[in-house]
Design a protein around this ligand. Structure first.
Ligand SMILES: [Zn+2]
Length: 161
């Protein structure tokens, strides 16, 4: 192959991952989901995988879904159970948001003020291979959480809050 593997002009707009060998982030996400059927360890990390992937691609969520997922990821990473994390994330939205949609639509979707810098993307997790997947998903989730926290802190400083 003569083409460069990393072409900065051809990166994912949402997460910044370079498109390696013509793979899209969606392709990589489905590769990781497939690995859950082949190994028990990645299966344990299913929630982290889904949340982290979507948080790095916020347009896949509705605005409410994005707020919900932020809370869920933070709580999962401190070891909260799925049921407890779900209940707490519902609380973020308040009772007036009953009947809200998780997924984004072309006219209503989640976004960040600017794209956070992510040290790890879904492409890095796939590149590490199936045997490292469970460990890499957790690293990726923690790095994403840290990047989103940094973004939110910077926003607060800008707003003078
Ligand atoms: Zn991406």
């Amino acid at each position: 192959m003569t083409t460069s593997r990393r072409d900065a002009h051809d990166a994912c707009e949402a997460c910044g991952a370079p498109r390696l060998d013509g793979r899209s982030c969606d392709d990589d996400f489905h590769t990781l989901l497939g690995w859950e059927y082949e190994r028990p360890a990645p299966r344990q990390q299913h929630h982290l995988l889904v949340l982290t992937y979507h948080l790095q691609h916020p347009h896949l969520y509705s605005p409410e879904g994005l707020a919900y997922a932020r809370r869920m990821l933070a709580d999962f990473l401190v070891g909260m159970s799925s049921a407890a994390a779900r209940a707490r994330a519902q609380g973020v939205l308040g009772s007036e948001r009953r009947g809200w949609q998780l997924t984004g639509t072309p006219t209503s979707y989640g976004s960040y003020p600017s794209r956070p810098y992510y040290p790890l993307t879904v492409a890095d997790v796939v590149d590490a291979g199936i045997d490292a997947a469970a460990e890499q998903v957790e690293r990726w989730a923690r790095a994403t959480q840290a990047a989103l926290d940094r973004m939110e802190r910077a926003e607060r400083i800008e707003d003078g809050r």
